[in-house]
Write a protein that binds this ligand. Structure first.
Ligand code: 13P
Ligand code: SF4
Length: 332
């Protein structure tokens, strides 16, 4: 690799090499995937064209389960940095690629590991449960990881008198507290995407579509969740819209999920819940940094790659594996 290429990669976070405009990106990505024995794992918040080319599309739990069991040599993670890190922790001998290294996460950023370590010191007899939306270093400071699919069940699987710190998402933490009746100590972090839904605009939409069901992700604030007919992870919300008989849904999470909802139920209507700004729907700026072009270059050049220190991998593996074990026992 030449130094300009490396400098570019460091400054921009992705491979910025012009792609021959005459090639068919989708078939080239499929060809490279076979040639390199690579698998593309994509989160529901990715652009539709990325979801359509992925080998597996899912929520954070499903993506972790896939990353742990894949026999591919290369994992291309179409998602954000903490997700690709989780894949590397679970499959450390594999090459894990992220199309844009700058695809971060505001929730993960809201919990710097050195500050969390100090916070944790105040509660020496507490068990630490961290939401998967955090850095590998934070996972390494935890006892069990969870996702929005299993947070309630993981807390419920612990003895009732077990003291617990839950981080970094205060909204998911408050939701778990309410559902389980347990007194969790919460870290005060949040996701920028799920905290800007406008209650007034959602209520106005509901008046315009009185038969619509309102469904929301537990990263939303309590006053939004209070109005929801269903609360769940992205895959939970998708499953709900498939099984529920209603025809119209107002969906309070990142708008990328609407692609799979519409695909699974083509005759139903899905309306993204509006945020508190001039946009009609709510996109995660980090998730949307990935493009088909960056994905192609990433697979072609096998860069940017996720690398983690061995001790971080070893320490972060235990809490993630504990989550996977509990989830498997509970059939999640
Ligand atoms: P899930 O897909 O696990 O519900 O997570 C939502 C999210 O915010 C991922 O960044
Ligand atoms: Fe992070 Fe929120 Fe974006 Fe998910 S939607 S990656 S939690 S900023």
């Amino acid at each position: 690799m030449n130094t300009t290429f490396e400098r570019d990669l460091e400054a921009k976070g992705f491979i910025d090499v012009d792609i021959d405009p005459t090639i068919d990106l989708v078939s080239e990505i499929n060809r490279l995937k076979k040639e390199k024995n690579a698998v593309i794992l994509a989160h529901y918040y990715q652009e539709s064209e990325i979801q359509d080319i992925a080998d597996y599309i899912g929520d954070s739990l499903g993506l972790s389960q896939q990353a742990a069991k894949t026999d591919a040599d290369v994992i291309v993670f179409a998602g954000v940095h903490f997700m690709a890190e989780t894949a590397k922790i679970l499959s450390p001998t594999k090459k894990v690629l992220l199309p844009d290294l700058k695809a971060g996460c505001s929730l993960s950023d809201s919990c710097p590991p050195h500050l969390f370590a100090k916070f944790k010191e105040q509660y020496p007899d507490h068990l630490v449960i961290t939401y998967v939306n955090c850095t590998a270093e934070l996972k390494a400071l935890s006892d069990i990881v969870c996702t929005s699919s299993n947070a309630v069940q993981i807390v419920e699987s612990l003895p009732p008198d077990q003291k617990i710190i839950f981080g970094p998402d205060r909204n998911l933490g408050a939701y778990v507290k309410k559902k389980t009746g347990r007194d969790l100590v919460l870290w005060n972090g949040a996701c920028m995407v799920h905290e800007i839904f406008s209650q007034d605009k959602i209520e106005a939409l509901h008046e315009a579509y009185p038969d619509a069901k309102f469904i929301a992700h537990p990263e939303c604030e309590d006053h939004i969740l209070a109005k929801a007919d269903y609360i769940g992870s992205t895959s939970g919300m998708l499953k709900f819209t498939i099984e529920d008989p209603s025809q119209t849904y107002i969906v309070a999470t990142e708008s990328g999920i609407l692609h799979q909802m519409q695909k699974a139920s083509p005759t139903k209507t899905f309306i993204p819940a509006p945020p508190n700004n001039l946009c009609a729907c709510n996109d995660c700026p980090h998730m949307k940094l990935n493009t088909l072009e960056k994905l192609y270059n990433c697979l072609y050049y096998e860069q940017p790659e996720i690398n983690l220190a061995e001790d971080v991998i070893l320490r972060a593996q235990k809490p993630i594996e504990r989550m996977l074990q509990i989830s498997a026992q509970l059939g999640l």
